[in-house]
Design a binder for this molecule. Structure first.
Ligand code: GDP
Length: 598
């Protein structure tokens, strides 16, 4: 609901109307007079009159009676939506489920040809619209092979793939792993394999650049085998298809391969269900407002539907397919761009639809209210200390870890030792292990997989640390291998206690002592360095001797209680259970923090 929107019942007194708008009743009476209506403060006016007055005074009006009706309807719709979902999910009642095109993402090391291959498929296998040339880049397109549709997400790379997954989106059915046949398996190829496997998405390997004279497919296949992907040619389970994006070799084979894997997966959805799906891209388009590309995953999205995406909503004004052609509806697995939303959502956000914008506003207001009253537990909440305690609640008996170490010579012994640890049914799963600093990709993978990152002799850059903080991913850093192994071992046995230490945050000097009745002594002090915080503790030091340690019972600047005092400020402070301050005393403020294990 907009900030200045108000609800008005069928009849309302002038006083109540003024109160609702938070204005003086005099102003309301004046406004009524200017409309030729003489009314006193206790007089009732009807909905139509009240809404004219309120509108003139800058408010958006909703009928309270209507809102109540809408709320009731919303509850019914919600129930129906829930039922529709259950219907989709329950295997017994799947008569409405129909096959949908598979959704495919390209993963692989930089420069191995993801963009080139996506372009070639787009140019050769997309049936062009009547308008001719394909100009739209909306984050996805659909290709046709043997009369069957395949949806390609065209933001390549596992970073985007995993970031979406960390937001709860499971948009991809099949991943194509691009491996340049001259280059073989590179660090990002391995990372991509781990990301796809952590998401439980089947992989098809496209061995690209086979046109190059130094292409060496057997070498690449050998490396794939060593990484656990045995090519089908060698009696393994991994489909490996030689291609050249440059020379357009093997493109049909690849698409056939996708259809073959898709046949096994049998992706289905219910076109009659209430539409849901995922945001692929969103931007502000000139003259159109926010344009949002979504992948419809269930139901059929139609022009005129009211969508909710996070805190944004809107009625779909226009809908375009990836060729830029206006369409009226989009079935499951179809990407479409829609206009009409009141804001720009993020890639990976989920959408659903409701009956009308009023219900949407109410739902969003409810979500915002809940978010304020119960802070959301987003992202991963896995922690080594909490693993054992959470066993009961989470039901998961696997401790997911990501290992980053400085050299390969450390990665191997660490992963081997960790994989050897298991108790009863409790096991360790290493979803990714590699050399190098901890990156944002590692953090997103951890967030998407409820994993903990264990660093050995490596650091994390600021971007990774920020992502870890916002996604609530735990990063543990070690410089001794046995300590790392021991901690995981203890975590599995439920023996790990967090270790705490004091961190000094500031020092102050007492410059005057006051006595306040009912409170006792207050140390009038000057903050020399750092800060003092209301929730910190302090040590009282006199002549280099520690006299007392305790939490603060008050922290004041002038007359006001404050949460923090910075360097250079004068303030009053009192420590619990101490009533003997002297000029020249030193106060050392500290907080208790969990120690990073070393
Ligand atoms: P991306 O980083 O994975 O998206 O890789 P690109 O598609 O941008 O390709 C990187 C480079 O490899 C470009 O210079 C392409 O022209 C080249 N390239 C891509 N596919 C092939 C191929 O099949 N053969 C050859 N010879 N070069 C290719």
């Amino acid at each position: 609901m907009a900030e200045n929107s108000i609800q008005i019942p069928d009849f309302i007194t002038v006083r109540d109307l003024a109160q609702t708008m938070e204005v003086s009743p005099i102003n309301v009476i004046k406004q009524l007079m200017s409309n030729g209506i003489m009314a006193n403060i206790n007089q009732e006016i009807d909905y139509d009159t009240a809404s004219i007055i309120a509108e003139e005074m800058g408010f958006i009006i909703e009928s309270a009676v209507e809102v109540a009706k809408v709320e009731e309807a919303a509850a019914v719709v919600e129930k129906a939506g829930e039922l529709a979902w259950r219907k989709v999910l329950s295997a017994e009642d799947d008569k409405d489920l129909v096959p949908r095109p598979p959704v495919v993402t390209m993963l692989g090391h930089v420069d191995h040809g993801k963009t080139s291959l996506l372009d070639v498929i787009r140019r050769t296998n997309v049936q062009e619209g009547e308008a001719g040339g394909i100009t739209q880049h909306i984050g996805a397109y659909q290709a046709v092979q043997d009369g069957q549709l395949i949806t390609f997400l065209d933001t390549p790379g596992h970073a985007a793939f995993t970031a979406m997954r960390a937001r709860g989106a499971q948009a991809t059915d099949i991943a194509i792993l691009l491996v340049a046949a001259d280059d073989g398996l590179m660090p990002q190829t391995k990372e991509a394999i781990d990301h796809a496997q952590a998401a439980n998405v089947p992989l098809i390997v496209a061995l690209n650049k086979i046109d190059l004279p130094n292409a060496n497919p057997p070498m690449a296949m050998q490396q794939l085998s060593e990484y656990g992907l045995i090519p089908d040619e060698w009696d393994g389970d991994t489909m490996v298809i030689p291609v050249s994006a440059k020379e357009k070799i093997g493109i049909e084979d690849l698409l056939e391969g996708i259809l073959l894997v898709s046949e096994d997966l049998n992706p289905r959805a219910n076109p009659k269900a209430s539409p849901t799906g995922t945001v692929l891209e969103a931007q502000l388009a000139r003259g159109q407002g926010p344009m949002v590309t979504v992948l419809v995953q269930n139901g059929t999205l139609r022009q005129g539907d009211t969508m909710i995406i996070g805190q944004h909503h809107g009625r779909i004004k226009a809908m375009y397919d990836f060729k830029g052609k206006k369409v009226k509806g989009a079935a499951p697995s179809t990407p479409v761009s829609v206009s009409g939303l009141n804001g720009i959502p993020k890639a990976g956000d989920q959408f659903h639809t409701v009956k009308n914008p009023k219900i949407a506003r109410k739902e969003i207001a409810d979500i915002a209210y809940n978010a304020r009253t119960q802070p959301a537990q987003t992202g991963s909440s896995a922690s080594l200390e909490a693993f054992f305690a959470n066993l009961q609640n989470s039901g998961s008996k696997t401790l997911n870890l990501i290992i980053k170490a400085d050299v390969q010579g450390s990665v191997e012994p660490i992963t081997q030792s960790l994989e050897g640890l298991s108790y009863d049914e409790i096991t360790v799963e290493i979803i990714h292990a590699s050399t190098g600093n901890i990156t944002e990709n590692d953090v997103m993978l951890a967030a998407a997989s409820d994993a903990i990152i264990m660093g050995f002799n490596v650091g994390a850059d600021a971007i990774a640390r920020n992502a870890a903080a916002s996604e609530r991913v735990e990063i543990k850093e070690y410089s001794i291998i046995y300590k790392l192994i021991e901690d995981v071992d203890k975590a599995l046995k439920g023996l790990l206690d967090p270790v705490f230490e004091e961190v000094v945050i500031g020092r102050a000097e007492v410059r005057a002592v006051f006595r306040i009745r009912g409170v006792g002594q207050i140390a009038g002090s000057y903050m020399r360095t750092g800060v003092a915080k209301r929730n910190s503790s302090a040590r009282l030091i006199r002549d280099n001797k520690l006299l007392h340690t305790g939490k603060l019972s008050s922290l004041k600047h002038l007359q006001d209680n404050v949460r923090e005092v910075k360097t250079g400020f004068e303030f009053g402070v009192n420590i619990v259970n101490w009533d003997d301050y002297k000029e020249g005393d030193i106060l050392e403020f500290f907080v208790i923090k969990e120690v990073p294990v070393s």
